[in-house]
Design a protein around this ligand. Structure first.
Ligand SMILES: Nc1ncnc2c1ncn2[C@@H]1O[C@H](COP(=O)(O)OP(=O)(O)O)[C@@H](O)[C@H]1O
Ligand SMILES: [Mg+2]
Length: 328
């Protein structure tokens, strides 16, 4: 642990942390609860649709093809930002008309969703090549419920991850993890898991992640969950600093006595004058309720606990957090 981190300071930190935590946890907790309710509605819909799809003799293979053809419904935000409201309304009207000609009494709600997912009239027309016309409505309802279920699942995943991270900071500061022993940790796996855990967040910004791992050993002896927390905190920050279509590179190299991990993002960069402060506890440039200013302090403490080093090089468009960990 940090030396000179006395009992009184610890309690003060814990007090500030708890106050912030209660405020911050409310948001993701509400999202998780609401999303779980909405997910249940979609799952009930899917349950009701299953026997109807059976009656139309629509196989899972056909449903797979429909899904592949219409896509996973997640690249829309991108297209959406470049079309105007008028164009969007026009598109919705076209789709609504098509739906009403093809078995929907009131197709408006469905039309809005389909447009959000980037689906055009030609795509719908094409569907007639794989499914009977009288089943179109049921198939589209199934498609919509499937996409919504996936979306709510991702929302729950992201919200609970956030709660976990917040609770993780308190666990860390209150030393609840004391007593766990160091053991061999595969940094490649640990980095890949962290990237996966934050998938929802980087997907949303269409961030490209490039990984390159050392072909030699990626194994060090350490505290696995603490190291996972290091990577998620660093990746989380990189994503926050990146714009839409940004780039993040995650790299590991084997050194003589340990492993070096670098996380390089093409984001805003850290201004020279604040670079010496970023590792301080409670230092944040993010708005209220967005940043806790604890991420890098925790990173710093965990890395020192492993007798490692962490430092940053940054200029606009290129920020590199480098972590060096000894093998033992
Ligand atoms: N990759 C990065 N690019 C730009 N700024 C960063 C990056 N990582 C950290 N920072 C800066 O360091 C500050 C502290 O980070 P951190 O301790 O994780 O707290 P928080 O993320 O809650 O603000 C951030 O508010 C941000 O200004
Ligand atoms: Mg952070």
């Amino acid at each position: 642990m940090k030396t000179g981190f006395h009992q009184k300071e610890k309690l003060e930190t814990l007090g500030k942390l708890t106050a912030g935590l209660i405020h911050e946890i409310t948001n993701p907790a509400t999202i998780a609860q609401k999303s779980a309710e909405l997910l249940k509605i979609q799952l009930d819909k899917l349950n009701k649709l299953a026997p109807i799809l059976g009656q139309y003799k629509i196989s899972t293979q056909v449903l797979d093809d429909v899904f592949k053809y219409l896509g996973p419904g997640d690249e829309i935000e991108e297209g959406m930002s470049v079309i105007s409201i008028t164009e969007k309304c026009q598109w919705e009207d076209e789709i609504c008309e098509w739906l009403e000609e093809n078995g929907f009494e009131d197709g408006y709600e469905m039309a809005v969703d389909l447009v959000d997912w980037g689906i055009a009239e030609e795509d719908l027309e094409e569907l007639k090549n794989f499914i009977p016309t009288n089943s179109i409505r049921t198939v589209l309802e199934w498609y919509s419920a499937t996409i919504q279920s996936q979306k709510f699942t991702s929302d729950i995943n992201e919200a609970t991850h956030r709660i976990n991270q917040l609770v993780g900071s308190v666990r860390y500061y209150s030393h609840m993890d004391n007593g766990i022993e160091k053991h061999p940790v595969d940094l490649k796996k640990s980095l890949e898991n962290s990237i996966l855990l934050l998938r929802h967040k980087w997907k949303l910004k269409n961030i490209k992640i490039h990984t390159s791992f050392s072909s030699n050993s990626n194994i060090i002896v350490g505290f696995e969950s603490a190291l996972n927390q290091v990577w998620t905190n660093l990746i989380d920050n990189a994503i926050d600093a990146l714009d839409f279509d940004g780039f993040l590179k995650v790299k590991s190299e084997t050194l003589e006595s340990g492993i070096r991990v670098s996380l390089i993002d093409s984001g805003t960069g850290i201004p020279k004058e604040i670079q010496p402060m970023v590792f301080n506890e409670f230092f944040t440039t993010k708005g209220f309720g967005k940043g806790t200013g604890l991420g890098l302090d925790i990173v710093n403490q965990i890395i020192h606990q492993h007798d490692g080093k962490v430092y940053v090089n940054s200029r606009p468009g290129h920020t590199e957090f480098i972590v060096e960990l000894p093998f033992n």
